[in-house]
Design a protein around this ligand. Structure first.
Ligand code: FMN
Length: 165
């Protein structure tokens, strides 16, 4: 029998929405038979001992989360030796256009230089003014996360991971 694939889903979040997406990705991969740990980067997960990794973060003020970039920089040697996928949440991707894909996708360029991904997922984000920064307290609540698209992406990534095992 084949050994169970161990996958790390590491994410950074400020207001929670990226963590929920990471949990969903973990759930989908578990349903496919993987053993998955979903971990907040602030808890210092280590890719050592995993067969594959998914790393995610959100865009704030035009920049990809520094914690997400820092995680890939810190663990680049290990991540280069396993299949890896990246995902990003952003307000911009509520409109899934080629222009927005280009704009947000390019924020992954520094990560791609460190460890080339098998796939990238670009998703709309969510904003809850009760959790967000004070200066945005009057903004409306939004949730542009497309859970079907997220689940389909996670399934596809798992299949790519399996192909590379
Ligand atoms: C302070 C702040 C700044 C943001 N700046 C951008 C931005 O420049 N571009 C963008 O596309 N989305 C931006 N967003 C949207 C976030 O990427 C989106 O809300 C994401 O889901 C937040 O993830 P989190 O809940 O895990 O922290 C911003 C959100 C906040 C709260």
């Amino acid at each position: 029998m084949e050994r169970t694939m161990k996958v790390l889903v590491a994410y950074a979040t400020r207001y929670g929405s990226t963590g929920e997406v990471a949990e969903k990705i973990g759930e989908v991969m578990r349903s496919k038979g993987a053993e998955v740990d979903v971990a907040n980067i602030k808890d210092k997960p280590d890719p050592a001992g995993y067969d594959a990794a998914v790393v995610g973060g959100a865009v704030y003020i035009m920049m990809l989360s520094g914690k997400t970039k820092g995680f890939v920089a810190k663990h680049k040697k290990k991540l280069r030796d396993m299949p890896v996928a990246y995902f990003v949440l952003s307000g911009t991707m509520k409109d899934d256009t080629s222009e927005n894909r280009e704009k947000i996708g390019s924020k992954l360029n520094p990560l791609k230089k460190k460890a080339e991904p098998v796939d990238v997922g670009l998703f709309g984000g969510a904003f809850d003014p009760s959790k967000g920064p004070k200066m945005m307290a009057d903004e409306p609540a939004t949730d542009d996360r497309n859970w079907d698209a997220i689940a389909a992406w996670a399934e596809g990534v798992y299949e790519k991971f399996e192909g590379k095992k």
